[in-house]
Design a protein around this ligand. Sequence first.
Ligand code: SAH
Length: 223
Amino acid sequence: MLTDPPKYQAWRRRMVEQLMKRGITDTRLLQAMQKLPRQWFCPDTLLDTLLYDIDCAIQIDCNQTISKPYTVAWQTQLLKVSPSMTVLEVGTGSGYQTAVLCEMGARVYTVERQSVLFRKTKALLASLHYPAHCFLGDCFNGLPEMRGFKYDRILVTCGATELPMGLMQMLNTGGIIVIPIGPEGSQKMHRITKNGETQDEWLDETLGDAYFVPMLEGRNFTK
Ligand code: SAH
């Protein structure tokens, strides 16, 4: 049973206050994070005092992690999401970020390469009535079943060694991608605004250090 004790609601209020002190100002994002119980997306075995610590990343299945609340907020704010925009998320993981985007009114498409996480999170999001479209596969260059479709925003929640051109092709003109890029240990967060079809029209902003699990190739069907 998914519960949300009053103690957690109070902790979320404190989390949101701390996010605001760190420069998060997007009202709909803050409302989404205030509303969404993070414990539903975390392992039951987790020490609950860590749930709403804004600097605590959490280990989930398949040796992957849910990003820290601060990182979720930072990336989402950079993405400048408005209601009814189409957003592609690369790296579904626990589904927490997916649910934040749904709460903000986005139409969310999300891709995960680990079949265990894909199955578990797809079922969880459906049971919570989030209308996210979940796909299994390696999204480095987009998936065959998604070809031809373009998104207003792309959010990458794993670290890429270079900017995936296949993803840039899936971005609408005027669209924004937020993506950590670089070798593990020295990734930087990038926000790239696709102001035109040719690369010299793209605005690439490098926005600080990032620490993400690597973006890997291929599907993983183990387990
Ligand atoms: N947004 C997630 C963060 C999960 S960690 C959350 O809120 O929980 C990043 C995820 O990206 C991992 O689950 C990993 O398996 C996945 N991933 C890594 N490379 C990928 C790829 N090429 N395509 C799709 N997913 C990928």
